[in-house]
Design a binder for this molecule. Structure first.
Ligand SMILES: NC(=O)c1ccc[n+]([C@@H]2O[C@H](COP(=O)([O-])OP(=O)(O)OC[C@H]3O[C@@H](n4cnc5c(N)ncnc54)[C@H](O)[C@@H]3O)[C@@H](O)[C@H]2O)c1
Length: 165
């Protein structure tokens, strides 16, 4: 039997919830958020976002998926932490606000520095290198996300690596 991993997916927006739903078919997944209502909904197997496949999978599939606000529990248990927290672009400063991503990385470093952290959030060029240097961690990697909102789970399950305009 293939090894079953424990994965904490942080942020239950389009990016995080599609990944959490897909991975929880085969692995133990904690979906972490800071909004109690989202956590409650996911644990009732209702999607807090509009996405046909996420709604269907939550309702019909046998998923090992627990949504939680408890970061200590989720990060301590995780082999992998997928970071899908928001990084909004601030047009005034012309920078991405990466504070939520840094907040997650700080907590993973505190509770489980051996976990592999995969950033799916949009980050500026050079960010991964600088955050590795700042934290001293070699366990931080970046994996770009190309999904379409409302087709997030489908695009993650059937990735298409060409962009159509
Ligand atoms: N939506 C897309 O099509 C898309 C595509 C590629 C990349 N991205 C990037 O992925 C990231 C997430 O995008 P999204 O659309 O899923 O965002 P979203 O705003 O829909 O969801 C983000 C979630 O993270 C939660 N959150 C905020 N701070 C947190 C924290 N400190 N710890 C835990 N959870 C926290 C929020 O409550 C929210 O549920 C962004 O950086 C975005 O730029 C999005």
């Amino acid at each position: 039997m293939d090894k079953k991993y424990t994965v904490a997916v942080v942020g239950t927006g389009y990016v995080g919830l599609s990944i959490a739903t897909l991975l929880s078919q085969h692995h133990k997944v904690y979906a972490v958020d800071i909004i109690p209502e989202k956590v409650e909904k996911i644990n009732q197997r209702k999607s807090p976002i509009q996405d046909e496949y996420i709604e269907k999978y939550l309702a019909e599939k046998d998923l090992d998926l627990t949504a939680t606000l408890d970061v200590e529990k989720a990060y301590s248990a995780a082999d992998f932490v997928v970071i899908a927290a928001p990084t909004n672009y601030d047009s005034a400063t012309q920078h991405f606000d990466t504070s939520a991503v840094e907040n997650v990385i700080d907590l993973v470093m505190k509770y489980n520095p051996n976990a592999i952290m995969a950033i799916k959030s949009t980050i500026p060029v050079g960010y991964t290198k600088s955050i590795r240097e700042k934290t001293g961690s070699k366990n931080i990697i970046f994996s770009p996300e190309f999904l379409r909102e409302s087709k997030a789970l489908y695009d993650n399950g059937y990735p298409k690596f060409s962009v159509e305009f």
